[in-house]
Ligand binder design. Structure first.
Ligand code: NAP
Length: 252
């Protein structure tokens, strides 16, 4: 029987693959059969170890995604290692928390550059490569429940995540006719470095947990399954979908 979630023979690029959701996504894609290229500025040894333990293949590309300078090289190196590229997951991202009355230009630019600008220009470089090699492909952006809500104390993050949701739909409109599926995952509140500060604040932690119908924070594994779906032929008719994986947070 054909498994519509099988990624055997596919090459996937995952940004921010050293930790958190990116690591969960990289491992899940490898487990589904993809060869994975991790992209980031920190060592990705732990991700490589987890993938090797499952019999998968992993290649690390070192790059700082705060500027668009390394993007062509990333796609080039991935294609050289993998022989082709099929899947891009724009996962790398950061958050800065401060009162909007005090929020700095640096905290605005740092977040927007990685979360939105780099995601767009890496998608552009990746899509050009897909069109040159032929056969289509899959782009998966990591949005957030803050693509739909305002939140508090995170103006640049909320703007970037609303932006990535809109960009996902725009690129889906542009590239669906070219055989490229562009979709996003919108995780809810997950246990990663990104949420360390609010998990360690007893009042915020309790308030967040009280609102999650599933009664727990999400994990990288919870997000990995959604990534496999959007990377696989099971989602071939999904274009511009923003798949919410939030334990029910937005339903509340
Ligand atoms: P995380 O553990 O902080 O991981 C963020 C990743 O982005 C890390 O790999 C980090 O690398 C990388 N990154 C940040 N700036 C970078 C730069 N300039 N160059 C290269 N890599 C950079 O947080 P996470 O929760 O897994 O975040 C992954 C994605 O999920 C983000 O887009 C985030 O907004 C989104 N998200 C998270 C949640 C949540 O509750 N955790 C909810 C919704 C959406 P370093 O380790 O080297 O900094």
């Amino acid at each position: 029987m054909i498994n519509p979630f099988d990624l055997t023979g596919k090459v996937a690029i995952v940004t921010g693959a050293n930790t958190g959701l990116g690591q969960g996504i990289a491992v899940a894609l490898a487990q589904a059969g993809a060869r994975v290229v991790g992209v980031g500025r920190s060592p990705m040894d732990e991700t490589e170890r987890q993938i090797a333990a499952r019999g998968g293949a992993f290649h690390a590309v070192t790059a700082d995604l705060s500027t668009i300078a390394p993007l062509e090289r990333i796609v080039e190196e991935a294609a050289r290692w993998g022989g082709r590229v099929d899947i891009l997951v724009n996962n790398a991202g950061l958050i800065r928390r401060a009162d909007p009355l005090e929020f700095s230009e640096k905290d605005w630019d740092d977040v927007m550059n990685v979360n939105l600008k780099t995601a767009f220009f890496l998608s552009q470089a990746f899509a050009r490569r897909l069109l040159a090699q032929g056969g289509g492909g899959k782009i998966i952006n990591v949005a957030s429940v803050l693509s739909f809500q305002g939140g508090i104390r995170i103006p640049s993050y909320t703007a970037s995540k609303h932006g990535i949701a809109g960009l996902t739909q725009l690129l889906a409109n542009e590239w669906a006719p070219k055989g490229i599926n562009v979709n996003a995952i919108a995780p809810g509140y997950c246990v990663t470095n990104n949420t360390k500060a609010i998990r360690e604040d007893p009042a915020r932690n309790a308030a967040i947990l009280a609102r999650i119908p599933a009664g727990r924070w999400g994990t990288p594994e919870d997000i990995g399954g959604a990534a496999v779906f959007l990377a696989s032929s099971a989602s071939d008719y999904c274009h511009g979908t923003i798949l919410v994986v939030d334990g029910g947070w937005l339903a509340r």
